[in-house]
Ligand binder design. Sequence first.
Ligand SMILES: *Cc1c(COP(=O)(O)O)cnc(C)c1O
Length: 228
Amino acid sequence: DLAGIARFAGNNGLTSIIDNTFPTPVNFRPHEAGFDLVCHSATKALNGHSDIVAGVVTGSAELVEQARSCIKLYGGSLDPHAGYLLARGLKTLALRVRQQNANATATARFLEGHPQIAEVAYPGLESHPDHARAAELFDGFGSMLAFRPADGVEACERLFKRLELPYVAPSLGGVETLITRPATTSHVGMSPEARAAAGIRDDLVRLSLGIEAAEDLIADFDQALVTA
Ligand SMILES: *Cc1c(COP(=O)(O)O)cnc(C)c1O
């Protein structure tokens, strides 16, 4: 209940802050829901081309000035070329995110109907427990999905070797589709027990959809998901 959280903070003298990296402002605008500060990893979809490391914070001039003071003290500042790349990337943000929404929806549907896939998690699928909530909150369901092959970790590794379009790499939100196994990348620092409690099994695959043609992505998964 994001609007409820922002309202609670406002009524109790708290500053509400939300990380909007995954939805991007194309799919969700937290200030409209009442949040005071919104941060994004601009490394991801805002830049969109996987070639800078940057961040963004938006809000009232007064609050953003406080963040600016911290940045001055900590010393992290964007070099001009990275700033130029981010400004250029932003111009196509809406086009890229709409294509990513469409690619993720098409790929999720394809994977959900495939006999060698045990489970697909994407809020755009009617089968997702939070589908109705996501449809209410967001203008699009985003670029990220997760799935588990029916045949475990070995099937994951086989799939990664056979896929021709997705890069096996972390990060997300770029123009190219990226595929990883969180147990060995983003969540490798957690204990196996903590991962299990969070629903991150060893055979869970994370996919960040890029802007390729959906039919090319589906054809690639179709050829890569052959048995043995
Ligand atoms: C990647 C990421 C970050 C960290 O951003 P960097 O630009 O890599 O430092 C923060 N929040 C979310 C949700 C992210 O995906």
